[in-house]
Design a protein around this ligand. Sequence first.
Ligand SMILES: Nc1ncnc2c1ncn2[C@@H]1O[C@H](COP(=O)(O)OP(=O)(O)OP(=O)(O)O)[C@@H](O)[C@H]1O
Ligand SMILES: [Mg+2]
Length: 265
Amino acid sequence: MAVLDDEQDALTESGISVGRGEPLVVIKDVNKHFGELHVLKDINTTVNRGEVVVVIGPSGSGKSTLCRAVNRLETIDSGTITIDGKPLPEEGKALARLRSDVGMVFQSFNLFAHKTVLENVTLGPIKVRGLKRAEADKRAMELLDRVGVANQAKKMPNQLSGGQQQRVAIARSLAMNPKVILMDEPTSALDPEMINEVLDVMIGLAQDGMTMIVVTHEMGFARKAADRVLFMADGQVLEEAAPEDFFTNPRTDRAKDFLSKILTH
Ligand SMILES: Nc1ncnc2c1ncn2[C@@H]1O[C@H](COP(=O)(O)OP(=O)(O)OP(=O)(O)O)[C@@H](O)[C@H]1O
Ligand SMILES: [Mg+2]
């Protein structure tokens, strides 16, 4: 969500780093193939600090691949991706550091099954950031409280509902103080009654100035929280517009067709 200047102080106090809209994730001329299949075709876009970008488009259009390329879970064939002015590192320590700057929340939660909720959130800060356990526990409890599951801290992930697990996954990614959070269909594995509790957490993050790239077909979220919608089809970004513009006035036939399908759901 774009951040107004007079909101800066409050946001800085809340611990989320905000800038004044300077470029944070810059994706330039990116191409990617899986064998013969050209899955990302000349992708160009810039996500500014504090911005929330929603990526939508038909199945197979390359949305997940684009997200995965941004934290280098996938390599790219050509073009560049920079985070905060630095190109994505190839490997080693620099890559580990990049991964901790880029939070990732997946459709399937991906919590560590054999660790408690609290340990899920403290593991990264202790192992990667070198925090002391007491310090990590304190911060983790604050984050679990923020996403509304502090009372579940001692449980194992499989004792939680899907919505609760996904909120733990969000707390876990926030615990690393990421510069940007990528979310790939964070609500699509949830039962309908749990979708809103996760969306509310996401909207709260957006309002606090977190930079987010979110693959989702939840138009309510896009309308409330997104600064921009990217519509992808066949590996290309076909449209890039403010949510209201995109939903009410899609320009391409591809987007019109796609919207007519998801609107009649
Ligand atoms: N590891 C892989 N190896 C080969 N092909 C892949 C691989 N991952 C994805 N693909 C293919 O790349 C294309 C883009 O996939 P991607 O998962 O990025 O699409 P998507 O837009 O996220 O789709 P969905 O909405 O179904 O999640 C698809 O045709 C997919 O089959
Ligand atoms: Mg996908």
